[in-house]
Design a protein around this ligand. Structure first.
Ligand code: DGJ
Length: 354
């Protein structure tokens, strides 16, 4: 055997040696991972620079819509319609009262219009509208908005108000402002149950009580006052969700724009009895106040997203949004932890935390 043949044989043996094969596959795997990781980083940076197609929701940072404008949907509510999620909330710029955004991924939001303004009704010319929420009525084929109504910089009107529209993106028709069964009504929310029955909950008696009402079948009025919750407890910012057969409510204390300790309770029937309130998250609810609980049902799991406002009482338009995953250590308990960002996966229902 000549020298060159011997060298070739040695090379061949070395190449087929198991250690060589293992090392080379590790090497190629590392190179491949670096390329994938690098392009992912470039991707995120590019998305953020161009302000289009972001890949995650950043908590406590200014969220911008697809046109690059800050999202104004404070004290908001969320609604799923086909492939879109809608986000409806307060917008206090000029004569605008309520704005509407939509998204197919909960991350990239498209501004769709201002759906309530001072021009919508003479009753709204000097109104202060807070915490608007919208649900759809299958029977009347109308979207129904409930909200907290105050007037002329006076915070003692303490009324609920109702508006309707056949198109969620188009201006709503303002119906009325009133005190449900004569009760004061401030921070509020809606909950629509699986059977189509809808409920309104709001802070009453100078925010000392939360009162739960059943709505009429067309959702435009209260039909029945069904429960007074934690009377004297001084709670506001209520948000209700059902998980399995258990209802949960998250609410906050009453400290104006300043954040405080959120609490939650559970019930097996929405009318109660509701459990005692237990602390949720840290003593400032990670510097936020509850506005909505959004279930995200996917092929692998159903996640529940706590959505809160990080209010800036001095510079209202500086207020931010917080989206956090709610954990359920048991069927009757909730847990809320801080995370800088989330990446909701609408297919699987997972909230990949980064
Ligand atoms: C707390 C409420 O939850 C908000 O909606 C807003 O009304 C502020 N108070 C005003 O102080």
């Amino acid at each position: 055997m000549g020298n060159s043949m011997r060298r070739e044989k040695r090379m061949l043996l070395r190449k087929n040696h198991p250690t060589f094969l293992k090392l080379s596959s590790v090497f190629f795997f590392l190179i491949f991972s670096l390329i994938v990781y690098g392009s992912a980083i470039d991707d995120n940076q590019q998305h953020e620079q161009n302000n289009i197609l972001k890949t995650r929701l950043m908590n406590g940072k200014t969220l911008t819509d697809l046109q690059g404008n800050a999202i104004n949907a404070h004290g908001g509510g969320f609604l799923k319609l086909g492939k879109y999620y809608y986000w409806i909330g307060e917008n206090r710029h000029n004569d605008i009262l309520v704005s509407c955004y939509r998204s197919t991924d909960l991350i990239n939001w498209e501004f769709r219009g201002n759906i309530l303004s001072r021009q919508s009704s003479p009753e709204l010319d000097k109104a202060n509208i807070e915490r608007p929420k919208v649900i759809y009525n299958e029977k009347t084929k109308q979207f129904v908005m409930w909200m907290h109504y105050e007037y002329n910089n006076n915070y003692s009107y303490a009324r609920a108000a109702v508006a309707v529209s056949s198109d969620i993106e188009k201006p709503f028709h303002f119906l009325k402002s009133f005190r449900p069964f004569g009760n004061m009504s401030r921070d509020c929310n809606l909950y629509k149950d699986d059977d189509g029955t809808a409920y309104f909950v709001s802070a009453a008696r100078e925010n000392y009580d939360l009162i739960l009402y059943k709505l009429t079948p067309d959702y435009t009025d209260v039909q029945q006052q069904i429960a007074t919750l934690w009377a004297g407890g001084h709670r506001e910012a209520p948000a209700i969700v059902k998980r399995g057969n258990t209802f949960f409510m998250i609410n906050s204390g009453c400290t104006g724009w300043a954040p405080n300790q959120a609490k939650y309770a559970y019930a097996k029937s929405i009318a109660g009895p509701w459990s005692e309130l237990k602390n949720l998250g840290d003593s400032t609810t990670y510097h936020s106040q509850s506005t909505f609980i959004l279930p995200l049902q996917g092929s692998k799991t159903t996640s529940y997203i706590y959505i809160g406002d990080r209010w800036d009482g001095k510079y209202y338009f500086n207020s931010k949004y917080i989206f956090l995953p709610i954990l359920f250590p048991t069927d009757n308990s909730m847990e809320l932890n801080w995370t800088n960002q989330i990446q909701p996966n609408l297919k699987t229902g997972e909230l990949i935390l980064k």
